[in-house]
Design a protein. Structure first.
Length: 146
């Protein structure tokens, strides 16, 4: 699976997936549930790199003291909006406003898509940002997401 980035605007981001074949309804469901789950975690502030206490602690987390005051003092880090998924042939796309969520969210999404590619469906590539010459963005439709 190829991963590439084009013009990137976290507040106005199209994510494009190219699959090896036209996705079945079940394959579409896998894609949509993954992205919905990812978005909901982001909407709830899950991608806040400022509060990585467990990760920063290291491998041994036995009896670790988690400081909720530190968590409360971090800046809000939430995603704002997501469009419905669209499909055209072997392509799928979705628009996001990543808001103030940290970019670790993209690493987590890529890791999940790599596993989906290994286990469930053949993803040729994922593209973050920009436009797809094979499937132009309808600017009128895009403004309705914002």
């Amino acid at each position: 699976m190829k991963v590439s980035f084009r013009e990137f605007n976290a507040f106005d981001l199209w994510i494009w997936l190219e699959l090896a074949s036209v996705p079945s309804r079940m394959e579409q469901q896998y894609i949509e549930e993954l992205f919905d789950s990812w978005f909901y975690l982001g909407k709830l502030g899950g991608f806040n790199a400022e509060n990585f206490q467990v990760q920063d602690n290291g491998v041994d987390t036995s009896y670790m003291q988690y400081d909720t005051e530190v968590a409360d003092q971090t800046l809000m880090s939430v995603m704002h909006n997501m469009s419905d998924f669209e499909y055209k042939g072997t392509w799928a796309r979705c628009w996001f406003d990543l808001g103030t969520s940290d970019l670790i969210a993209l690493d987590i999404l890529i890791n999940a898509l790599i596993q989906v590619n290994k286990d469930l469906l053949d993803i040729k590539q994922i593209i973050f940002g920009g436009e797809n010459a094979e499937w132009p963005i309808n600017l009128e439709m895009q403004s309705s997401f914002e």
